[in-house]
Design a protein around this ligand. Sequence first.
Ligand code: AP5
Length: 223
Amino acid sequence: MNLVLLGPPGAGKGTQAARIGERYGVRHVSTGETFRQAAARDDELGRTVQPYLESGGLVPDEVVIRVVLARIAAEECAGGWLLDGFPRTVGQAEALDEALRASEGRLQAALLIEVDDGEIVERLSGRRVCPTSGAIYHIRYNPPQRAGVCDIDGKPLIQREDDRPEVVGERLKKYHAQTAPLIPYYEQQGVLLRVSGTAKMPDEVSAQIWELLNGRNRKQEPA
Ligand code: AP5
């Protein structure tokens, strides 16, 4: 199964991607996480993307496309992939389509998690992440068992730099201007699945996703 996850910053893409990856055995590829790790290592990719991460701007298409196409062509993605944070522009979506055509692959679904802008700020201001395990929490809606500490590896949780309110505003602007056009793009391809991300508990959002993906798998099974 090959999937893409769409939705505004803070919609819950990373939270749901981890669950989908586990349930369906597909490789979760997060462009944001890839870039944050590169920035922390301060390697060449990290130095290229750091200014965009800090300001909430989009990393140039040619950089992102190169990174993602290399990942999905690698052995780790042979059993299917779930792209979280890619594509984010029509140019990126076209590059993905071209790569799929060349490899005779197919995109099963573009899953759109919808959340109003008003709720995004509350979500992002309460988000805490583990810098080592990558686990995502929310201080109210998805708290760790022990405040401030990761359930998986016991490391202290941190707040992401781009969750500052002034950066969140810029990320939302970019989403509406450059990423929202992907909604009609995938609707026309007949692969768009809409999920309401406003349920206050991630489990409720997951339940909608299982229903939609199971329905789609049933439809695509040969008669
Ligand atoms: P990226 O890391 O992809 O950021 P994003 O899309 O802005 O998404 P987030 O990670 O902020 O949110 P999310 O939807 O994953 O929500 P989460 O599950 O954490 O990208 C970062 C940057 O990298 C970009 O700004 C850009 O610079 C660059 N970049 C990345 N990809 C790029 C590309 N393709 N092209 C160009 N540049 C690119 O949930 C949020 C919070 O809400 C958490 O605290 C969570 O616990 C909580 N929560 C989740 N679900 C619920 C729920 N149902 N109810 C209540 N709370 C919930």
